[in-house]
Design a protein around this ligand. Structure first.
Ligand SMILES: NC(=O)c1ccc[n+]([C@@H]2O[C@H](COP(=O)([O-])OP(=O)(O)OC[C@H]3O[C@@H](n4cnc5c(N)ncnc54)[C@H](OP(=O)(O)O)[C@@H]3O)[C@@H](O)[C@H]2O)c1
Length: 249
């Protein structure tokens, strides 16, 4: 049966491929036929991800995405790409009254500067192919911030504006750019966020998800859709994935 729900013949770069959503996306995209370029900082965990991929030819290109020179070198080394999935990210709640430039940078650099600089460098190095699809991992916080999350929310809102601008600038080459905004998904980041909360408060929060909290494979399914020909008419959108949380707040 002919189906547009495939990634056959596509080369896809996935950042944050050493953990959580990025790791699952790499595994599932390879099962749909893609060749994966995996990046992250922890080489051992990147190798662990690669060992779980289907098919051959997947490559690991480690990179510290906060290092502008390393990012430029990475872009030169990268093969031509039919897809980019930017999953690398960082969360650390912080009270507004105690902000400093250093605290702002700590969150904005990994969540906004890094994807912006990487994407810019890849375009400059002519590594984004015509008809490519770019997917940026935002968060429901970008539009529905929670207390203590000012920096994280601001970084994701900036990322959403960046993605929409790519959609406008590159539509003539049929390059598409979209965001996915999940609520809580069970990953190491989820565990880290839970550590800062009392168990009772966490249970109360989780109870507000009519469909339960999300799993990395839920997000990977949407990533595959955005990368595949099945979404060829969709660009500049932000897909909320929240198990019904926003409806029932
Ligand atoms: N989990 C959730 O509940 C949730 C909800 C909404 C949105 N999101 C978003 O979804 C994305 C993935 O989250 P996750 O839960 O999968 O996170 P995770 O398990 O903590 O993984 C984070 C990934 O980012 C990479 N990374 C962080 N800083 C980096 C840097 N400076 N340079 C290169 N790589 C860097 C890490 O690489 P190394 O480990 O190799 O350093 C790791 O692979 C993030 O953007 C997050 O904001 C997550």
């Amino acid at each position: 049966m002919h189906t547009p729900f495939h990634l056959n013949g596509k080369t896809i770069l996935i950042t944050g491929a050493s953990s959580g959503i990025g790791r699952r996306a790499a595994i599932d995209c390879s099962a749909f036929g893609a060749t994966i370029v995996l990046t992250g900082r922890n080489i051992e965990r990147l190798e662990e991800t690669r060992s779980q991929l289907s098919g051959q030819g997947h490559i690991i290109l480690p990179c510290e995405l906060l290092d502008e020179k390393a990012v430029a070198a990475f872009a030169k080394e990268s093969p031509g790409l039919d897809g980019l999935v930017h999953c690398a990210g960082f969360v650390k709640p912080f009270p507004i009254a105690y902000l400093s430039a250093q605290k702002v940078n700590e969150t904005l650099h990994p969540n906004f500067y890094a994807p912006a600089l990487l994407t810019g460098a890849l375009f400059k190095a002519k590594k984004i192919n015509n008809e490519a699809s770019l997917v940026f991992m935002s968060s429901i916080s970008g539009q529905f911030p929670g207390k203590g999350n000012a920096l994280y929310a601001a970084s994701k809102a900036a990322l959403e504006a960046f993605s929409k601008t790519i959609a406008v600038e590159y539509v003539s080459r049929k390059i598409r750019s979209n965001c996915i905004s999940p609520a809580m998904v069970k990953t190491p980041m989820y565990d880290y966020s839970s550590e800062g909360m009392f168990e009772e408060a966490m249970n109360e929060h989780v109870a507000k998800y009519p469909l339960g909290v999300g799993y990395p494979e839920d997000i990977a399914n949407a990533i595959i859709f955005f990368l595949s020909p099945a979404s060829r008419w969709i660009t500049g959108v932000n897909l909320y994935m929240d198990g019904g949380f926003l409806l029932s707040r």
